[in-house]
Write a protein that binds this ligand. Structure first.
Ligand SMILES: NC(=O)c1ccc[n+]([C@@H]2O[C@H](COP(=O)([O-])OP(=O)(O)OC[C@H]3O[C@@H](n4cnc5c(N)ncnc54)[C@H](O)[C@@H]3O)[C@@H](O)[C@H]2O)c1
Length: 252
């Protein structure tokens, strides 16, 4: 029996990177997976792959800033499978770092819209479906940027990830009685498209890794293992907490 047998999961930002790996792993562990993104061709390709391997996965266009998209995703889970057990709020954007005085209001709103409001909207629409199912697990992908190493962070991204951190605790405290758990995951550098785009220059990459005691980026598998634990019933007494997966970066 898989670790997510009979569970129904929604994952945002699942067309590539960690979200796609979560869709693959969750389906392999027996979950019925609905995952969304704004990269439709990539998302459809991931879904076909999963189905060819015998998993149950459906890709849907899901812009996390659009409430109607979230409503549709949750409705698909409840009409097709009769329940929703797991939500992984994974989608995010990272923009190149500039000083606070050079950051525009429009850029700030875009980052906060995807990274913070997107998590709020997904959570808002998942809660009634999870309550009806007798409970659930919400995992919000934040970052170590939401906790520290602040001298090096892009301001809007760090603020959005900090917002996710505390929103996670509010959700956990206010919905424990619904048997809904909510936890945040805080990766350090992880070898994905987002990371490679941000640290394309060898010098920038070397400087970034110098701030990680293990002196390397994490692999996608090292992060999604933690996400799986929090999504599954193995973490049944864990809520409102922060799982840092960062090669020791926050210890520096
Ligand atoms: N890679 C890292 O170093 C790192 C470190 C810390 C935290 N994280 C976090 O991990 C999560 C996954 O990131 P990743 O590294 O896999 O990056 P990624 O860029 O490969 O994946 C992010 C996904 O989110 C999608 N997305 C962007 N805007 C969207 C929107 N409006 N609606 C729906 N989907 C949207 C993208 O299309 C992409 O598929 C993010 O929350 C990110 O902030 C990543």
């Amino acid at each position: 029996m898989g670790r997510l047998s009979e569970k129904v999961a929604i994952i945002s930002g699942g067309a590539q990177g960690q979200g796609a790996a979560e869709a693959r792993l969750f389906a392999a562990e027996g979950a019925k997976v609905i995952f969304g993104d704004i990269l439709d061709a990539e998302g459809e390709a991931v879904a076909s792959d999963i189905r060819e391997s015998g998993g149950d996965a459906t890709y849907i266009p899901l812009d996390v800033t659009q409430e109607a998209d979230w409503r549709g995703a949750v409705e698909m889970a409840t009409t097709r499978f009769g329940r929703l057990d797991i939500l992984i709020n994974n989608a995010a954007v990272l923009i190149p770092r500039v000083s606070i005085e050079d950051r525009t209001g429009e850029e700030w709103d875009r980052v906060m819209g995807v990274n913070a409001k997107g998590v709020f909207l997904g959570t808002k629409h998942a809660i009634p479906a999870m309550r009806a199912a007798g409970g659930g697990s919400i995992v919000n992908i934040s970052s170590i940027a939401g906790i520290g190493q602040s001298a090096h962070q892009e301001p809007a991204y760090a603020a959005s990830k900090g917002a996710i951190r505390i929103f996670t605790k509010v959700t956990a405290a206010q919905h424990a009685q619904d048997n809904i758990r909510c936890n945040s995951v805080h990766p350090g550098p992880v070898d994905t498209e987002m990371f490679r785009a941000a640290f394309a220059e060898p010098e920038a990459l070397a400087n970034r890794l110098a701030r990680v005691p293990m002196r390397r980026a994490g692999t996608i598998d090292e992060v999604v293992a933690g996400v799986l634990y929090l999504a599954s019933d193995e973490s049944s007494y864990v809520t409102g907490t922060e799982l840092v997966i960062d090669g020791g970066a926050l210890s520096m």
